[in-house]
Design a protein around this ligand. Sequence first.
Ligand SMILES: Nc1ncnc2c1ncn2[C@@H]1O[C@H](COP(=O)(O)OP(=O)(O)O)[C@@H](O)[C@H]1O
Ligand SMILES: [Mg+2]
Length: 286
Amino acid sequence: MVNRSEFMIEAKDLVYNYPGEEETSFPALSGINLAVRRGEYLALLGPNGSGKTTLMKLFNALLVPSEGEVRVGGISTADEDKTAEVRRYCGMIFQNPDNQLVATTVEEDIAFGLENLALPPAEIQKKVIAVARMLGLEQLLQQPPHMLSGGEKQRVAIAGVLAMQPRCILMDEPTAMLDPAGRHDVIETVRQLNRDQDIAVVHVTHFPEEAVFADRVIILNQGRLVMQGRPQNVLSDIPLLYSLGLQGPAAAELAALLRKDGFNLPPQLIHSRELVHSLCSLEPKS
Ligand SMILES: Nc1ncnc2c1ncn2[C@@H]1O[C@H](COP(=O)(O)OP(=O)(O)O)[C@@H](O)[C@H]1O
Ligand SMILES: [Mg+2]
């Protein structure tokens, strides 16, 4: 099916109640209207329990809306016959890489989704090698996944999704279990795919530093979309972030403290490099 929409994902008047949820409590998600554009990098922040994972599951047809609609590549996720198509269009990376790697070698793992498409073995191998090369995993193809570092495991999971040629990648706290080097590798890999291949990304993260490069930042709180905008607008608003129990990127936090101390810094500082430049170009205080 050709998707003529400029939107990869569209949520309209979306509500989700988990079965048996107390009537007195608020729904896991409500009143969500959101569209992910072609090639867009969207960062999704919010405190624990704000509905981030639920939203990602709705985007991946792991859950279907209680009310409203989710369309992925133009297909309603409520259409049970099209679930496989939805998941191919928009692949999902979870927090714990150990739960998504299932095969005995990296090569088999990357091939796993393709096997289900019943492609000829030679074609599968070609695609696996191409993807492994793209992500710098060629040397690891014969390794058992459990021998890899956390960052490598997540990159193998990304390779498995990428082999399906998705238009969009969903990531639910993909770096939460990784060390800083693994985190850096995973984020760079995804940013590169987004930049070079125009693959849209929806990235749920607890790390404000991971959101500074997004095209748009969305904040959820108590199941509602409470803020969205460019990273420099949303992530520099430290009082707002604090009021939701969140933090800003280090540069924004530090800039806020320095301004209180009388430093004349430009607004909307979120990148460390920007902060350093601004500080270095300040007139010395007399
Ligand atoms: N399987 C479930 N059954 C019932 N309630 C759930 C289930 N999963 C999540 N919830 C509830 O839905 C809300 C949103 O959860 P979740 O989407 O996991 O939030 P987040 O990923 O932002 O931490 C929370 O109140 C949580 O307790
Ligand atoms: Mg979650």
